[in-house]
Structures are given as structure tokens and as C-alpha cells.
Design a binder for this molecule. Structure first.
Ligand code: NAP
Length: 527
């Protein structure tokens, strides 16, 4: 049942006066439930509860936290069809996508549970004492990762489940031992409340402290800004626009005690199309990219917004086929009128730039909130001279850049901002001969793809989802996969500490049987 209230720890609360509703993009009407925005007082209570929960929750064993994460997954599953109906009514996305995302959310929780059950993830290092070392004795030092403290997670508009209330950031922070306060995304507040109720039920059933999780409603930027500046908050996870992420990053940096903000933001995911591959497979790649650009109405952070090639018959074939194919695809519904408004104005701005050739712009009537896809083309020179063309247009839009030669293509890559992904379409021999291009692209991105599409982000340990700024605020970390836990921990050393008072991960006997680096050697044996 949706109440429209905030979860302040385990308690439902709605003392504020500011209310709002979510919107059904498919039907172009407001949904019925009324949500009450969290007040400054409620934010304060949630933060204090989180700080006090941290004292016990951060000490829970990996096994206990794994039980909690799996219980969350079970409770989300138990929400059944009602969750799918709410999701679709608040996102404009189809039921199939909702079910896929629910599966991914549950899968992520399970993956983090398995990751922490065996404590090896804490990266224990032990350097035993050498009292007889000359000229000075060496002390006993032991290091492991420990939880940072309460974390604020901003739900993403484009992933109401997998990157929102119980999504990747929340699962990773809870796995690390950090209480979480979610700033619910206003576009899908009902989905958020249902998932929050599942987390609270799981916390109660598994004996987790009150305050380990809170869910706060907001319809504007104030709640998020207050949370980021709250002294009890020690880190922030965000997915969304560069403007939003950067604003929060700056707020966090200006605090008396600055804290890290792990923001995953805009990306145009450049795709480099090398000539030999296009000479033989231009039509295949054009059809493949028509699908990738329009997938999910282009509302993926890995959407291919930039296609860079070298002037010639292959690129001309690719461009004309892509233009033909993309307009054959039926437009699909975007998340919210604000998102389609931003898409329409971003697309219009891109298309009105001078010396740009509009290859395709879906011309038929489309329903309200349905995005009309477009592809345009510019020369390498124009692209290099016009920074407007480098901006992300969030939706089913892509720009082809036609370069004079390999040198100019390399220059275009050098001029790009940081990106989540980069893709190379090439013959294998071509790839070996284009090491400059590969190196240039590697420098700008977090993940490089050979002969594929950037859309579709596998959740597994070797996934890197994050890249040089502004793709993310810290390219050393990933937002997807179990390594995402590393954002919510800090390394901590014990010096000459009594064995029985050390955490189990660092005790001589190695009671957890985890993998540790002991005096320079990896071992799961005791010492
Ligand atoms: P957004 O505008 O960045 O908002 C995301 C969250 O951050 C919202 O909860 C918003 O709060 C909050 N926020 C934004 N600016 C803030 C500020 N200055 N101070 C404090 N909080 C702030 O993103 P969105 O609503 O998801 O979508 C808008 C645009 O973001 C899209 O059109 C697209 O360009 C981009 N986007 C990109 C990606 C990606 O993966 N690259 C994903 C999603 C969206 P309120 O909503 O409560 O104001």
C-alpha cells in the first residue's frame, strides 16, 4: 500500500505541508497518490537515527548483513504485481522492462550478499612484528577496509528499481556496513515507497537497528541539499544530470567536513567506426545502432550519442542506412514530461547548429511524451569548433562526425570530455594498426568495447561503470558490480593491537578463513 509518507527509520511520517503527485507518462495524467515532502526536522531525525544505527550496523558480520540483503530481495519479490503496476504507471516504461529491472535489483542484492559473506572483500593486510629488526624494530600492523558512515543515495530517474531505493548504490552501501538515507526520486515516489517498505520489513525481520534505512520524499532540490550538508552524512551516491551531480559535489566540498560524492552523470559514449569494418558491414552496424540509439527511448547512461568515422563510401553507407532504419522504429514513451521537454529542447538546439546535416528526424505524429528519434551529421572540423555539439542530448538522438582522416579522428577523441564508454567498430587487423586511436579513446573512457554496442551493462565483478569527469566525479570507482562497495569504505590500520580485540578479519587464527596478504604472501591460513 502506498501512503505517500516518508520512512524516518522504521516509522512512517508526514508532518510537512509540501505535497506532490507522480505522473503517468503513458496516459498523460497525474497519478492519484499524494506524497509529502520531508521537512528539515524529519531529515534531522533520519540522519541522527542513521548515525546511531552506524554504531551497531557497521559491526555486523558479513553473514548477518548478507541475511539482511537477501531478506530485502525476498521482500521486493513479495511485492509482486503491484510493484510492476506502480513502476509502469510512474515511468512510462513497459512491464517487461519493469520485470527485467526487478530481476536485476534482486540479483544485485544477492551478488553483494555473496561478496560480503566471505570477508575477503575487506582486503586484509597483515605485517607481523619483527622486534629484532635492525636498526629499528618493526611493529605489528594490520589493515582492512571499514565502513565510512551514513550514506545518502539519490534515486535515478531512468532506473526506478536498479539505481534507486534498493538499487546498486544502496545495496553496495548496506553491504559495506553503512546505513542509507534515500532521497527518493520525485518521478517514481510510489515505487520508491513500496521498495522502502520492503527494506524496512527486512530490517525488522533480521534484527537490524532502527535507522539503518530511511526514505525521504522530495519534489525539489532542498531536501537533497540539506541531506548532503548534514554533519552525520559521510558520503553521497548520485545518478543523473551533470548539473545536479556537480551542484551536490560542490555542496559536499564546501562543508566544514568535506565528504565524497560519487556521481555518475552524463555521457555521450563515442563510437569509432573504422573504414574496413564499414566497407564490409556498414548495413549490419547501421541496423544494430538504430536499435541501440532508440533502446528504452534513449534513456540509458550508455546511449551512443556520438558516432565518429572517416569520410568515404563505408561511412556514407552507414549514415544513409542508419537514417532509413531509425525512422522505421516506433517512438517510445519517455519517463516524464520534464524529460521529454529536456529532450525536445536539447535536440532542437543540436539540430539548429550551423553546418549540420539532419539525416533523420522522425516526422510522423507521435503520442504525448513519446520521443521522436533523430540522427544528424557534421564534419570533424565543425565538431571540433562547436562545443554545443559535444553536449549530451538525453534520449534517442545521435550525431555522426565525419572526419577527413585518422589524424582528425584522433583529434576529435582528444577533444571529448570524460565518458562512461567508448566503442570501436573495426576489423581485428585494423584495430592493431590503430593503436593511437585506441590509446586516445582509452584515456577518455571507463570501458572500451570492440564490435558491439555500449547499451547493456552487465552486473559482474569485472564491469567498470564510471569514467573520467564528467562521466563520474571519481573515475577510480565503479557504480556497477561488486567493486562498487569500495566507494563506501576507508582503509584502517591497527598498530600493535591485542589479537583478541582485533576484528575477526585480522586475528592471527583467521577464524573466517578469508584470503589475506600476510607478510607479502596471499594466504587463507592463520599465522
Ligand atoms: P537530475 O535533474 O540530475 O536530478 C536527479 C536528482 O538530483 C533529483 O532527485 C533531483 O532532485 C536532484 N538534484 C538535481 N539538481 C540538484 C541540485 N542542484 N541540488 C540538489 N539536488 C539536485 O536528473 P533527472 O531528474 O534524473 O533527469 C534530468 C536529466 O538528467 C535528464 O534529462 C538527463 O539529461 C539527465 N540524466 C542522465 C542520466 C545518465 O545516466 N547520464 C540519468 C538520468 C538523468 P529533485 O528532482 O527533487 O529536484
Amino acid at each position: 500500500m502506498i501512503t505517500g509518507k516518508n520512512y524516518i527509520g522504521n516509522q512512517l511520517s508526514a508532518i510537512g505541508a509540501k505535497t506532490y503527485k507522480t505522473f503517468n507518462s503513458q496516459l498523460n495524467i497525474e497519478n492519484e497518490h499524494v506524497f509529502t515532502e520531508a521537512t528539515a526536522n524529519e531529515i534531522n531525525i533520519a540522519a541522527s537515527l542513521a548515525a546511531s544505527a552506524f554504531k551497531t550496523y557497521s559491526k555486523k558480520s558479513g553473514k548477518d548483513k548478507a541475511v539482511f540483503l537477501r531478506a530485502i530481495a525476498d521482500e521486493i519479490e513479495a511485492l509482486g504485481e503491484a510493484l510492476i503496476t506502480t513502476y509502469t504507471s510512474e515511468s512510462g516504461l513497459p512491464a517487461g522492462r519493469a520485470m527485467g529491472e526487478r530481476g536485476r535489483t534482486i540479483g544485485q542484492l544477492g551478488a553483494f550478499a555473496s561478496h560480503i559473506e566471505n570477508g575477503s572483500w575487506v582486503e586484509a593486510r597483515i605485517d607481523t612484528a619483527q622486534p629484532d629488526r635492525q636498526p629499528l624494530p618493526k611493529v605489528d600492523l594490520r589493515k582492512m577496509n571499514v565502513a565510512l558512515g551514513p550514506v545518502v543515495v539519490f534515486g535515478a530517474s531512468n532506473f526506478p528499481l536498479a539505481f534507486s531505493t534498493a538499487g546498486g548504490d544502496t545495496a553496495a552501501a548496506l553491504a559495506a556496513g553503512c546505513p542509507v538515507i534515500v532521497k527518493s526520486h520525485p518521478m517514481h515516489a510510489g515505487t520508491g515507497e513500496m521498495v522502502a517498505s520492503a527494506i524496512i520489513k527486512a530490517a525488522e525481520k533480521t534484527g537490524m537497528p532502527n535507522g539503518v534505512f530511511s526514505n525521504l520524499n522530495s519534489s525539489g532540490i532542498e531536501v537533497g541539499q540539506t541531506l548532503v550538508q548534514h554533519p552525520a552524512v559521510k558520503a553521497v551516491g548520485f545518478t543523473g544530470s551533470i548539473r545536479g551531480g556537480r551542484a551536490l559535489f560542490d555542496f559536499a566540498a564546501k562543508r566544514p567536513e568535506p565528504i565524497p560524492v560519487f556521481a555518475e552523470m552524463g555521457s555521450i559514449n563515442p563510437v569509432v567506426l573504422l573504414p574496413e569494418a564499414l566497407n564490409t558491414k556498414a548495413v549490419h552496424w547501421a541496423k544494430t545502432y538504430a536499435g541501440s540509439i532508440t533502446l528504452g527511448a534513449g534513456q540509458f547512461c550508455t546511449n551512443p550519442g556520438l558516432l565518429i568515422g572517416i569520410k568515404g563510401e563505408g561511412l556514407a553507407n552507414f549514415a544513409s542506412t542508419l537514417a532509413e532504419e531509425i525512422v522505421k522504429i516506433e517512438p517510445s514513451c519517455m519517463l516524464h514530461p520534464a524529460i521529454i521537454g529536456a529532450y525536445d529542447s536539447g535536440k532542437a538546439r543540436a539540430l539548429e547548429q550551423t553546418e549540420l546535416n539532419v539525416l533523420a528526424d522522425y516526422g510522423l505524429e507521435a503520442r504525448s511524451n513519446y520521443a521522436k528519434q533523430a540522427v544528424s551529421m557534421v564534419s570533424g572540423k565543425t565538431f571540433l569548433e562547436n562545443p554545443v555539439l559535444h553536449n549530451e542530448v538525453f534520449g534517442p538522438f545521435s550525431l555522426i562526425v565525419e572526419c577527413e582522416n585518422e589524424l582528425q579522428l584522433e583529434e576529435v577523441i582528444h577533444k571529448l570530455e570524460g565518458q562512461l564508454t567508448g566503442t570501436i567498430i573495426a576489423e581485428e587487423t585494423e584495430l592493431t594498426h590503430s593503436s593511437n586511436i585506441v590509446s586516445a579513446l582509452q584515456n577518455r573512457v571507463g570501458r572500451i568495447i570492440f564490435n558491439g554496442v555500449p547499451t547493456g551493462v552487465e552486473v559482474c565483478p569485472s564491469m567498470q561503470h564510471g569514467g573520467p569527469y564528467p562521466a563520474s566525479t571519481d573515475s577510480r570507482f565503479t557504480a556497477v558490480g561488486v567493486d562498487a562497495i569500495k566507494r563506501w569504505v576507508r582503509p584502517f590500520s591497527f598498530q600493535a593491537w591485542p589479537n583478541e580485540l582485533l576484528p575477526d578479519e585480522l586475528k592471527n587464527e583467521n577464524p573466517l578463513g578469508i584470503s589475506r596478504l600476510v607478510d607479502g604472501t596471499h594466504t587463507d591460513q592463520g599465522i
